[in-house]
Design a protein around this ligand. Structure first.
Ligand code: ZN
Length: 313
């Protein structure tokens, strides 16, 4: 990756994009692809599309969702503590003690997630999300309500960081990496002569309702589509690889196989990987993929789809 691309990835990862509030990240994605796309469009759902060779009849849609899982303000008590609920499939297990950013309308507020201490008879190992609260340091409800209201979104306050072996740690790698990858593919194709139209889409709402992907598919009416998302690596201790397969961080892209996936696209991807001497890994998606691929497939007369995933721990 070149420096500009790496900086763009880090910028995406630093931008809060909870599902339903993707405006800021979409603007950044848009301004990046404007540098090389032949055409850039948005739609009513909030997707941004970067397009190469727009007049070619065969259209390839590459979709990566830019939204991330988060929390949402559910109740503010008289002391100014904030109780919250989930946006998407986020686990409360990791939440205790985390710093958060509450995304208020006018400004963002920093807080820490707390719980009744075990010393005081409070939470033990098993606890529910309603046992937790955000402490922003406010002294009462009036003070916090100047900035925060019910429905405001909350993300962990975490910076992307490079670990050993060029590995990246960060919040919401699912799936700002996918939005990044489809933009990068577009950039790398932009100086080639193409016989097909290529559309990279940064989609919204995948983590909650997948509406973005549906409207991207319905709007573009692609000839085929490839969703780019993340999947679980299994190269960490204790995971049952007999059940979940063998997926390594450095083992190459992961192709999904299963009923929703178009076999011809997979064969083309496999052939191309072989030509490039690139290792592939596999995951099984027998019924559905749980990604943008499912919703794009259900648009128009049925779009042939594939799913390529980046392994994450
Ligand atoms: Zn995802």
């Amino acid at each position: 990756m070149n420096k500009e691309a790496t900086d763009f990835l880090v910028e995406l990862l630093q931008t809060p994009s909870p599902s339903g509030m993707e405006m800021e990240i979409q603007k950044k994605w848009m301004s990046y692809v404007q540098g090389f796309a032949h055409e850039v469009k948005t739609d009513m759902a909030g997707n941004v599309l970067g397009i190469l060779n727009p007049n070619a009849p065969f259209k390839v849609l590459l979709a990566g969702h830019s939204d991330e899982i988060a929390f949402v303000v559910n109740r503010i008590d008289e002391k100014g503590f904030i109780y919250f609920d989930k946006v998407g499939g986020i686990s409360q297990k990791l939440a205790v003690g985390m710093n958060v950013t509450v995304l208020g309308n006018e400004k963002t507020i920093t807080g820490v997630i707390g719980a009744n201490a075990e010393h005081h008879g409070g939470i033990k190992d098993g606890f529910a999300i309603e046992d937790l609260f955000v402490d922003c340091g406010a002294v009462n409800r009036e003070e916090i309500e100047k900035y925060i209201q019910i429905g405001d979104l909350i993300v962990y306050k975490r910076e992307p960081e490079w670990l050993m072996n060029n590995r990246l740690s960060g919040r919401g790698l699912d799936n700002r990496t996918g939005a990044f990858i489809v933009a990068e593919v577009l950039r790398q194709l932009s100086d080639r002569k193409l016989s097909v139209c290529v559309i990279a889409a940064s989609t919204v709402n995948e983590e909650t309702n997948m509406g973005g992907a549906y409207f991207a598919g319905a709007g573009v009416q692609p000839s085929m589509a490839i969703a780019c998302d993340v999947t679980f690596a299994t190269d960490y201790p204790s995971v049952n690889r007999n059940k979940y397969g063998d997926i390594r961080l450095d083992g190459g892209p992961v192709l999904a196989k299963g009923a929703p996936i178009n076999i011809k696209i997979n064969r083309l991807l496999e052939k191309t990987a072989k030509q490039l001497d690139m290792n592939l890994q596999y995951e099984l998606t027998p019924r559905s993929t749980g990604t943008d691929a499912d919703k794009i497939r259900y648009t128009g007369q049925g779009v042939p789809v594939a799913l390529v995933s980046l392994p994450l721990r």
